[in-house]
Ligand binder design. Sequence first.
Ligand code: FAD
Length: 446
Amino acid sequence: MRETFIVASNSSSIDLGLRKDRGASAYPDTWYRASAKGIVDRPRLESSLQADVCVIGGGFTGLSAALNLAELGLDVVLLEAERIGFGASGRNGGLIGSGQRKDVLETEQMFGMEQSRLLWDFAEAAKDEIRTRIEKHAIDCDLQKGQLVGVHTKRYAGWAAELSAALAARYDYPNTHALDAEATRAMVATDDFVEGFFDADAAVIHPLNYALGLARACTEAGVKIFESSRVTGYTESEPSVVSTAHGAVKARSIVLACNGYLGKLEPRVAGKIMPINNFVIATEPLGERANALIGGRFGIHDTRFVVNYFRIAEDTRLLFGGGENYRPGFPRNIEGFVKPYMLKLFPQLADVAIEYAWGGTLSVTVNRLPHIGRLPPNLYFAQGYSGHGISTASFAGKVIAEAITGSTARFDTLARLPIRRFPGGTLLRYPGMVLGMLYYGLKDRL
Ligand SMILES: Cc1cc2nc3c(=O)[nH]c(=O)nc-3n(C[C@H](O)[C@H](O)[C@H](O)COP(=O)(O)OP(=O)(O)OC[C@H]3O[C@@H](n4cnc5c(N)ncnc54)[C@H](O)[C@@H]3O)c2cc1C
């Protein structure tokens, strides 16, 4: 029932937040960048190397695959076109939800009870992977527990109680409860929610710091990481040769982890995902007002098709995500684009200054389930986490590492998920998608 698509902007598009550089790639100007811990400048690939595996992309998928592969004893090179965590992994809302992108009431209908339970268990393993990594590598990424889903319409009345009962009865998961309007209002000062659903074991993190911590762990495990090293192509051979403008890596296997930033690199999988731009603003620090707004450091999102997600950061500012577009390029004025979504929920913040505004690109699949698989002879890929990527990407990287080293059971289960191509493939997917988004965005407003 939860949906993450957001209505298209009619703002003119210019800035992809791509680079402001003097040679090396630079991070976009986000609050995450301003509060980052442990940014390390890594070299550009300028030679020919050999490795067991070449990972393309330095977000959660690529970092998780690289780290797990190195721990399994493989020699790994990771190539990142820009900076570690430069893509969605360093720009997102930081909300780590339980389960898959679709809740269990939906996956039971789609796949039956047994498969639904398997997918739930994978998602629990994904949360474990993140918690374990944070603890094992002492990653300072402000992990906070808890997530509230605010139900924005009476049409969904009863959903929270039904989901909570299903999780307790059929998934051995007693960590959620439904809230009435008053109890929800006591947690978050908005009149927008008619009910709530609280998950005490979901979580929220500073995503860029998590990515930077994973990169440090990769280096400690022996992974060779190169930044500003965009892959321009690779051979379909065993081994493969992966090329950048200034170097090459000969590797037995490739992990393709570019997700919404894939572009034209791999046409065989590009048609199964739709890149979508999503936007976030950060207010000035709210001080005492933060406590009055949200009664804790848990994450919150609503049930709109055009989802709003928000939380209080460690320095008391509100981070608020809302608004999307479906074309290459971001709105010229991201603050002006996102702020109305925030003020609809929190009109009391009209006087508050916005200090950061940024966008990022994720990718979605037709049915919102992840697209994971292998292309012969030796290329593994994972993408299309549909707004639920912090945990799913981390898990995807791990199961790819398992598959490359011969344990294929969990990888095969995920690779069997039915992911259709977008009608029209990469050429025509946009018009149909935008029409769909406009329709559902309109339903939100009605
Ligand atoms: C604004 C926003 C908010 C979000 N909020 C949430 C949230 O709250 N919770 C949640 O679970 N998910 C959220 N998501 C989704 C989540 O961030 C992503 O699903 C996840 O980070 C994907 O990780 P990834 O490693 O697959 O891709 P990315 O992090 O996008 O990494 C891909 C990397 O590949 C690199 N690359 C691309 N092409 C090449 C090439 N040719 N050579 C070398 N490198 C290349 C890119 O530079 C990039 O760094 C959000 C996404 C966005 C954009």
